[in-house]
Design a protein around this ligand. Structure first.
Ligand SMILES: [Fe+2]
Length: 372
């Protein structure tokens, strides 16, 4: 297990931006109109709402957003993960409709919706195309003021400095890693996660657990990041080893874990699980959080304690993790899986050191995928 306190002398990251403000508690979504009115100069200042399409048929929730006539609601489909193309199309349309300078942007949903909102907020003030900013610190100007309302807990998208998109043209899954990508405000209302299906609640919640397992086992450490990680793991244990992981108290705990887990990876890097998971997403189209859980099937040699704990939580909650998804694939698919895993240099160095390519040979990477 990682040591209890690691000095900041050992970190590679020194300057960290956090979300400016947050509101938490059941019913806190009702704070949104106040937050937005302070950003709008007049009743004609538009706000763009990115909303998970799940809420299209939930007028009781939508009405609580108190949208004005000049505002725009964009319902974000969640069948596929965000793509650079999708983000470019939305930005083009907003320009066409004269909505390229909104007073604020709201992202209400899970990681997909919150990430699309972040990417659009960056592009509206920076110009160009989404793929121009995939990488580290390529965004030059502050984004549109943005507020997150997470309705799924775990990805930490409400707290991180990235917004992950698949670039289908070059087969790459990478975010706009930038201080400007961080949300300005978050509203964490645990009532919004009450209707999440059990399996999805588990897969997404586990993203927070996995972020912090990877961060604490890595070499790019930060004393504050470690503290966030330890508390995130502590909260995940309380939630996922409990009889009712979706009780009101546990939904609030998981919302906090998601936020703290996002803060944790803003001060460090993920490790081995996320690059393999990205491979599954890019090549086989699996969603991020379920892909992480599938990767955990092969992680016993690399994260033995977390492996045991993860599978005890799966058993306790009786959730299903798919098996065999990366077996008996074609040579070209294994080739693509290798390429889209190995490209994540920083997380892999964080996990395995500079010699990561000596460990992750093509043959070894294939073997790891076959275990899944
Ligand atoms: Fe993640």
């Amino acid at each position: 297990m990682p040591q209890e306190f690691m000095s900041t002398l050992n970190t590679g990251i020194k300057n960290v931006r956090n979300v400016l403000r947050y509101t938490i508690g059941p019913g806190s979504i009702s704070e949104l109109p106040n937050i937005l009115s302070s950003r709008c100069k007049s009743k004609d200042s538009p706000v763009i709402f990115f909303i998970d399409e799940f809420f299209r048929s939930r007028p009781n929730i939508i009405s609580r957003l108190s949208m004005k006539e000049c505002d725009r609601a964009i319902y974000v489909p969640t069948i596929n993960e965000p793509s650079t193309c999708q983000v470019d199309k939305i930005v083009q349309q907003l320009h066409k409709d004269g909505l390229n300078k909104p007073a604020a942007i709201v992202g209400m949903g899970g990681g997909i919706t919150m990430d699309v909102a972040k990417a659009v907020a960056n592009l509206l003030t920076n110009g160009g195309h989404a793929e121009d900013y995939q990488g580290w610190d390529l965004v030059n100007h502050p984004a549109i003021y943005k507020v997150a309302i997470p309705t799924l807990s775990g990805t930490g998208a409400e707290a991180t400095r990235t917004c992950v998109m698949t670039n289908k043209r070059i087969g790459l899954k990478l975010g706009m890693n930038s201080d400007f990508t961080v949300y300005d405000e978050i509203i964490m209302d645990p009532e919004l996660t009450a209707t999440v299906p059990r399996n999805q609640y588990f897969y997404t919640g586990m993203d927070a657990f996995i972020h912090c397992v990877e961060a604490l086992a890595g070499s790019y450490r930060n004393a504050i990041g470690d503290a966030y990680s330890r508390e995130t793991i502590n909260l995940c244990r309380q939630v996922f080893l409990d009889d009712d992981m979706m009780s009101p108290l546990n939904r609030e705990r998981l919302m906090v874990a998601s936020y703290l887990g996002g803060c944790a990876i803003a001060t460090s890097y993920v490790g081995l699980i996320h690059p393999f998971s990205a491979g599954l997403s890019v090549v086989l189209g699996l969603h991020h959080c379920i892909a992480n859980c599938i990767v955990m099937r092969a992680m016993q040699p690399y994260y033995p304690d977390a492996f045991a704990e993860f599978w005890s939580m799966v058993k306790k909650q009786g959730v299903q993790i798919p098996e065999g998804v990366a077996r008996n694939l074609s040579d070209s698919q294994y080739e693509q899986l290798f390429d889209s895993t190995i490209i994540h240099k920083k997380p892999l160095i964080n996990a395995l050191g500079d010699g990561y390519r000596d460990i992750l040979t093509k043959a070894n990477v294939k073997k790891i995928f076959e275990i899944m």
